[in-house]
Design a protein around this ligand. Structure first.
Ligand code: IMP
Length: 433
């Protein structure tokens, strides 16, 4: 065996939507296999290639590179209907996955009743207690995984006896539970779901395998793996702004369990964040701008959800939160996105500390009620008017934009290695400094 290959991951340092799809797509040329390890169809990874834009939810963004193998690991909440639709949409647009996608037999299945439960529990929750989920059934699917009695994994879906005997019981029980919980009759047809499960099994079955062994063999053969985090570190179930989080481990700490690889597999951790901050759904957002500047960022950055179309909340860069998530994941380099979006702002802000109940801190509080009382301490920097879209290197950026990057890097404490100045693959600066 030759020199050990180095494996990397791409993770979001914010509340999702950082632009991970573009970075994965860009780096894929250097990797043989790209692996999703958490989340599900709540994610939305956008990749622009030439005049085509692809929005991927469950498929790893690396699948757009011919020759790259894509793996959906055990930690993913897999919605078969959604995945099949994605595969078919890609095929219609001339992109075939031709045997390159492998799905873990251990991955848990998002069933129609999970999506119904997600939707109803959000609409029934008193205002102030809603999480603002994507309604993709993620929380209820992971809850079933942990509760175990009614959980369904891909390996079960492929088992004809399970589908004919156990599946109808599970669906009937879940229908009854939903009826008792919410007092209305959910639209759940047991026979139709069993039929659907057979179709899902026929379509996806040939791709299902033991991906843990597959990755072990790939690593032994010197193949390079890129792990693709979904959502963002601040949405992490344990370390995020709980309870306004998603239901999986979104940080790099989720890779060993979610992909089934040893803990020290990844040596290069690429943390992706925007030159400003966004959040979609409920929950504390210290640097949020609810004024015309926030609207200006939203329109310039096209900050509307890839998965739900919801307008994203926008604000200035939060160095306290970003430093926290960068440390949590052992980030070794940063990819800074959307720097071009800020062109034209008179001044740009960075939050360097929080003021909470009269005390200043540069540490992220672990309790959400405390975080909700935090006031941002902003440092304002002069903006730049020039478009950055044609920049090819750091030298092409206006001095104020360069100073802004330097300050972000200093505050987060991790080198910025990539700067995105537009949606295209080519609109990316590589910084070797
Ligand atoms: P869930 O993952 O659908 O349960 O949603 C929980 C919270 O995470 C909500 O605030 C969602 O808006 C947010 N969320 C989940 N996935 C993403 C993502 O990929 N980008 C942005 N927000 C997300």
């Amino acid at each position: 065996m030759g020199e050990a290959a180095s494996h990397a991951c791409v993770i979001g340092l914010g509340w999702g939507d950082e632009g991970k799809g573009k970075i994965v797509d860009l780096l894929c040329a250097d990797f043989d296999c790209v692996v999703r390890y958490n989340g599900g169809a709540n994610a939305g990874h956008t990749v622009c290639i030439g005049d085509q834009t692809f929005a991927l939810h469950l498929l790893p963004a690396g699948i757009l590179h011919d020759g790259v193998e894509a793996v959906i690991g055990p930690g993913v909440a897999l919605d078969p209907a959604s995945l099949i639709e994605e595969i078919d949409t890609l095929a219609q647009r001339g992109r075939s996955i031709d045997g390159r996608l492998k799905i873990s037999s251990r991955a848990h299945v998002v069933m129609p009743y999970h999506k119904i439960e997600d939707r109803i529990s959000e609409s029934e929750a008193a205002s102030g207690q809603r999480i603002g989920t994507t309604a993709r059934g993620i929380g209820p699917c992971y809850a079933d995984k942990v509760r175990r009695h009614h959980a369904i994994r891909m390996v079960d879906l492929l088992d004809a006896t399970f589908r004919d005997e156990r599946l109808p019981q599970i669906v009937a029980t879940r229908r009854e539970t939903l009826r008792r919980l919410f007092g209305s009759d959910p639209d759940l047809d047991v026979a139709a779901i069993v039929d659907d499960a057979r179709v899902w099994s026929e379509r996806l079955g040939p791709m299902v395998c033991d991906t843990t062994t597959l990755l072990e063999n790939a690593m032994n053969a010197g193949r390079r793996l890129l792990f693709e985090g979904a959502n963002g570190c601040l949405l992490d179930i344990d370390h995020g702004t709980y309870p306004y989080v998603t239901s999986s481990t979104t940080s790099a700490a989720g890779i060993p369990t979610g992909a089934g690889v040893p803990p020290r597999t990844v040596t290069r951790v690429i943390g992706v964040c925007k030159a400003y901050a966004t959040r979609v759904g409920e929950g504390p957002f210290v640097t949020e701008l609810t004024d015309a500047t926030g609207d200006w960022i939203r329109e310039r950055g096209h900050e509307y959800g890839t998965t739900t179309g919801r307008p994203r909340r926008c604000g200035w860069f939060d160095a306290v939160a970003t430093r926290y998530s960068a440390r949590l994941s052992g980030t070794t380099e940063i990819a800074l996105m959307h720097l071009d979006t800020l062109s034209g702002a008179d001044s740009v802000g960075i939050c360097t500390a929080y003021e909470i109940d009269g005390t200043k801190t540069d540490r992220m509080p672990c309790d959400t009620r405390t975080l909700q009382r935090a006031q941002p301490v902003f440092e304002m920097h002069p903006g730049w008017s020039e478009s950055l879209r044609a920049a090819k290197s750091l030298r092409d950026l206006p001095a104020n934009a360069r100073r802004y990057l330097d300050r972000l890097q200093e505050l987060v404490g991790v080198p910025i290695r990539l700067v995105s100045v537009g949606p295209e693959r080519t609109q990316t600066l590589r910084l070797d400094r």
